[in-house]
Design a protein around this ligand. Structure first.
Ligand code: FIX
Ligand code: ZN
Length: 418
């Protein structure tokens, strides 16, 4: 097949825009659950309004006492958030605009005075059919979940041999194991593993046995951990030993990448619960040490602080066993996505995963992906316009190959996910 060559900057911009809109995405990090997980599968208006991004915005505009909010049931919380953030004022923040986009995409009235219509719509949906429909509408073929083997509700479902919709894949999440070792150790002991909190004896082998058993059960695409901004490696904490003697060898054995998500400051304001986490700049040298000590391991890497993005790009230029991904959480805003994507394109070409949604509620795919597609498309278009000005003809196959790499191919190659 012959490829089309573009001759003007307008043609290039329009070709990139079209390619990004058409590209099917593999959403490599979400907090979604397949419908078979029952109540863990969040969808619909009340879940959308209960998103922790909106809860912190509610407290920007009211003097409500935190405990009074938490004492309300979910429906009353959603009613209050709707009234305060969508009716009494224009929903201009990124998270509130997102809800407006979702309602509009579903054909619902985003200016409604209350939630009656949106709740009626929700009641009419079948969870299985709805999941496939929203994934299709968002142009997402597969959503990767976040699966915590220490969560009693979730692990019970996995143990029951649950069969899940193949459009959802697992990621084995290790926060409990790595960050809360003493309590994880107690849980492992009660499950029959011969582990010691002081990490003596068979502890690391037993942790590997635990990882093997969950890898075989969940068939994850990668293992993952979200680490605090204070994370250092190597040091004399259990994390260093668990990483080097259990997690990284297990990743090698199963040929899985390890995703490191670095930069959170958990519970800066505990009264806000899930909405109470913050951010700080982290030390990228920890990543460099890991990448250099474990050259045969593959890492997926995202950092939460805007201030870490440039140095992470530099680190990725030094270590080709790191694949940077996404504009995470507080960075998932148009202005910052544009900045980070341009910086990565300039420093790394198309060797990164442009975005993940981090959706917690299925319907959020209907805003997070359209926003990201738009901005990533703009950044890539300017990159190709630059190439055109430099004197290299630009073709549709160049553009389509890069769009595919950024939104689907790189992640799939890194995880051997055909
Ligand atoms: O650790 C994580 O995976 C974070 O993305 C979440 O825990 C965070 O609460 C979130 O939802 C960010 O978008
Ligand atoms: Zn997340």
């Amino acid at each position: 097949m012959t490829s089309t060559q573009y001759h003007t900057t307008e043609e290039i911009r329009s070709a990139v825009h079209t390619a990004v809109q058409r590209q099917i995405v593999t959403d490599m990090h979400t907090h979604l659950f397949a419908p078979e997980f029952g109540s863990l599968n969040l969808f619909g208006i009340d879940a959308l309004l209960g998103y922790h991004y909106l809860i912190s915005e509610l407290f920007r505009v009211t003097r409500l006492v935190y405990d009074d909010f938490w004492a309300m049931d979910g429906l009353a919380q959603a009613d209050l958030i709707w009234r305060e953030l969508f009716v009494r004022r224009a929903p201009i923040s990124e998270a509130t605009q997102g809800v407006v986009r979702v309602l509009t995409a579903l054909g619902l009235d985003a200016t409604a005075p209350d939630l009656t219509e949106a709740r009626e719509y929700l009641r009419a949906q079948d969870p299985m059919e709805y999941a496939n429909r929203i994934l299709d509408m968002a142009g997402v073929d597969v959503a990767v979940m976040t699966n915590d083997p220490f969560d009693p509700e979730e692990s019970r479902l996995w143990m029951s041999g649950i069969e899940i919709n193949p459009r959802y894949k697992a990621a084995l999440r290790l926060d409990q194991l790595l960050i809360h070792w003493p309590s994880a150790c107690a849980t492992l002991r009660s499950a029959g593993y011969d582990v010691e909190v002081g990490m003596t004896g068979a502890t690391c082998d037993e942790v590997r046995r635990f990882l093997s058993s969950w890898t075989e059960r969940m068939q994850p695409l990668y293992m993952a951990v979200s680490l605090p901004a204070s994370f250092t490696y190597p040091d004399d904490t259990p994390i260093t030993r668990l990483l080097s003697e259990a997690v990284l060898p297990a990743c090698l054995e199963y040929d899985l990448p390890l995703a490191l998500m670095i930069g959170v400051r958990r519970q800066v304001n505990p009264a806000l619960r899930l909405a109470g986490d913050g951010v700080a700049r982290a030390d990228v040298t920890a990543v460099e040490h890991l990448a250099s000590d474990y050259p045969d391991n593959r890492f997926l890497l995202t950092m939460l602080s805007r201030e870490n993005q440039h140095e992470l790009c530099v680190t990725c230029r030094k270590f080709n066993n790191i694949l940077p991904f996404g504009c995470w959480w507080f960075l998932n805003n148009p202005s910052i996505i544009e900045e980070i994507t341009r910086e990565r394109l300039e420093m790394l070409g198309a060797t990164f995963v442009a975005q993940h949604s981090d959706a917690r509620v299925l319907d959020q795919l209907l805003y997070k992906w359209p926003v990201s597609r738009e901005i990533i498309g703009r950044a890539l278009a300017e990159t190709y316009v630059g190439l055109h000005h430099a004197g290299r003809p630009v073709t549709d196959s160049d553009i389509e190959a890069d769009v595919h790499r950024l939104l689907r191919g790189n992640f799939r190659d890194w995880t051997n996910f055909a």
